[in-house]
Design a protein around this ligand. Structure first.
Ligand code: CA
Length: 220
């Protein structure tokens, strides 16, 4: 799952991106308002952390313009402590949630997961299909209850496909949501999928000709 961080304080931005990276997210950071606004409208993110006071254009205006353009990516605004007016204004501009600074990094991760789950209509942090379960909170995959060791990129791919269960995901989309920068050819993705299938079974991630990979939706 890919998160856009728009924050002009470079030390806060770095802290966020380090911690989110360790927590199983892929991040991209912008320090400037205009750059962030552009990136958020182009990039295919699963969630956005948006600071309000930014150079060139403020967070409220960015949010309003995204929502006016029909961009529905979950946005969590980063507000100064005790600034209730900012929270209200942010929520009215279309924010999904807010976090007050100084924030606890675990809280940021928890809010991100909750908001992403809501967008994808999942009610729990564990996603299952057949005998395979993906614990998005612990970053673990089990087959028949037994932990399976996946590389970071393999886990990110499995997690994304399970989040999107029931719908084919193209290689481009998969790359967009699991890599910070991708400068390889698509055969790399094919190889990762082949390795994942060896580890979790061949009947979990299926291929739909010309459309991509999908995990069927669990019935009932
Ligand atoms: Ca700021």
């Amino acid at each position: 799952m890919k998160v856009l961080i728009i924050e002009d304080d470079t030390s806060i931005a770095q802290q966020l991106s380090d911690y989110l990276g360790q927590s199983g997210f892929v991040t991209h950071t912008e320090h400037d308002g205009e750059d962030g606004k552009f990136e958020g409208s182009e990039g295919g993110y699963d969630a956005i952390l948006l600071d309000l006071g930014l150079p060139s254009i403020d967070g409220f205006s960015i949010l309003e313009s995204w929502r006016a353009d029909g961009i529905t990516t979950p946005v969590i605004i980063l507000t100064a402590r005790d600034s209730k007016m900012d929270v209200i204004r942010g929520l009215e501009a279309g924010a999904d949630d807010y976090i007050s600074k100084p924030f606890d990094l675990d809280e940021v991760v928890a809010r991100l997961r909750t908001n992403m789950r809501r967008t994808n209509n999942h009610t729990t942090s564990t996603l299952s299909y057949n005998n395979v379960s993906v614990d998005t909170k612990m970053g673990r995959v089990t087959v028949n209850g037994t932990f399976v060791k996946l590389t970071r990129i393999e886990f990110l791919m499995v997690q994304y496909l399970f989040m999107q269960a029931g719908r084919p995901v193209s290689i481009n989309e998969l790359v967009e949501h699991t890599y910070e920068d991708f400068d390889n050819d698509s055969s790399v993705v094919t190889r990762h999928i082949a390795n994942i299938r060896k580890k979790i079974g061949h009947d979990i991630i299926l291929t739909e000709a010309n459309r991509g990979y999908y995990v069927p939706k669990q019935e009932g």
